[in-house]
Design a protein around this ligand. Structure first.
Ligand SMILES: Cc1cc2nc3c(=O)[nH]c(=O)nc-3n(C[C@H](O)[C@H](O)[C@H](O)COP(=O)(O)O)c2cc1C
Length: 354
């Protein structure tokens, strides 16, 4: 089984979407190993390739028949498409469609078709061109992350475009909101469990030619609830909505981190007690208070009110704990950080902060 992965993220190997695509391919490999089928993978990382935009000259139709007049890496993409059994497009959503580098690849598909007009039978659009090559047995998969809290209703243009290109619904899709979370190590427990479902989708695709409805439903589940995600996302920029003058070099990493931690506060587990959690980062001498009430959480800089619980910790220790690199309880016992005031908050930490 030949897989051709087209990575259309301008971030190349650092792409969030690519993490999903790799898990999907792991799933295919897993299923193929069981059925003793060999899998060969070729990857095209578009951001490292030299692919120009189409010139619109139609040379590939009238002069060089099936060959583009531009001599660049696009020939490798066409080769890959013809070689593959499965073609996976991995890309971020950019302005509700594919990024420019992938759109270039799509426009440069012209040599893949013949100039002659043909009728479509799938009811998509009006007008079509015959294909130069027999692509009937190719399978297509679109894998993409986007920045909004959900993928729902944000991929209409993408689906419409690929319906025209591949034929109506002649492709599987995995579209995932909250995409930037896949780059946050502290949240890897959440994102890893999503990636497991993507891997399962790959297993099903390889063994049953489709992703089951059960797995599709799991893939539709939000990583975080809308409100929690949006609060975390807003905090991540390190700038305030009504203070656009703040320069990007003055970003306060510990404040962003504390605000993101506060965003995870789950009011559903509020136990009737308002709390003021004071975080004192000893190595950078910064103090913040996280106000926790039935309504939600907020973060205060340079606090003056008395805390209910105070945590004194080097910032790097707290980051390591939240990334799962240090065990929180062990770190407390071994004196890596101190808790003062009402220590019962620590027992409820998992429930309150998820
Ligand atoms: C120029 C640009 C346009 C974007 N447009 C959208 C958009 O229309 N909708 C959306 O939900 N996210 C949008 N995003 C966010 C990306 O889709 C999101 O960050 C994604 O996870 C990046 O994936 P990648 O790491 O695979 O490149 C946009 C990001 C950029 C830089």
């Amino acid at each position: 089984m030949n897989i051709f992965l087209i990575n259309g993220s301008p971030k190349g190997k650092n792409s969030n979407s690519l993490k999903l695509a790799n898990s999907f391919i792991d799933g295919i490999k897993n299923a193929s190993e069981k059925s003793k089928q060999t899998v060969e993978l070729r990857e095209a990382t578009l951001n490292t390739m030299n692919i120009h935009s189409c010139l619109g000259c139609f040379s590939c139709w009238k002069n060089t028949l099936g060959k583009c007049c531009i001599n660049d890496d696009m020939s490798k993409i066409i080769e890959g498409q013809l070689w593959a059994d499965i073609i996976i497009f991995s890309f971020p959503l950019y302005f509700f469609n594919v990024p420019g580098i992938l759109k270039n690849v799509i426009d440069r598909q012209l040599p893949m078709s013949l100039p002659f007009m043909s009728e479509r039978t799938d009811g998509i659009g009006n007008g079509s061109h015959q294909l130069r090559y027999n692509m009937d047995n190719k399978k297509y998969v679109l894998i993409s992350t986007c920045g909004f809290y959900t993928a729902e209703k944000n991929y209409d243009s993408v689906v419409s475009m690929f319906n025209h290109i591949c034929g109506k619904n002649n492709f599987e899709t995995i579209f995932c909101g909250q995409g930037e979370l896949f780059s946050i190590k502290e949240l890897s427990e959440k994102t890893d469990s999503y990636l497991k479902n993507v891997k399962q989708a790959g297993i099903e695709f390889a063994s049953q030619n489709k992703i089951t409805e059960k797995t599709k439903d799991k893939l539709k589940t939000l990583l975080f609830e809308k409100e929690v995600f949006e609060k975390m996302a807003d905090a991540s920029w390190g700038i305030e909505q009504n203070n656009s003058s703040e320069s990007s070099t003055e970003k306060n990493e510990s404040l962003i981190f504390t605000k993101q931690m506060a965003a995870l506060y789950n009011t559903k587990n509020y136990d009737g007690k308002d709390r003021i959690l004071e975080m004192h980062y000893t190595d950078i001498n910064k103090t913040y208070q996280v106000i926790l009430t039935a309504e939600g959480s907020s973060v205060i800089e340079n606090p003056t009110t008395k805390y209910t619980t105070r945590i004194e910790t080097p910032f790097e220790v707290w980051v390591a704990i939240s990334r799962g690199e240090l065990n929180g309880m062990k770190a407390l016992i071994t004196g890596k950080y101190k808790v003062m005031g009402d220590v019962t908050l620590m027992m409820k930490w998992g429930k309150l902060f998820g």
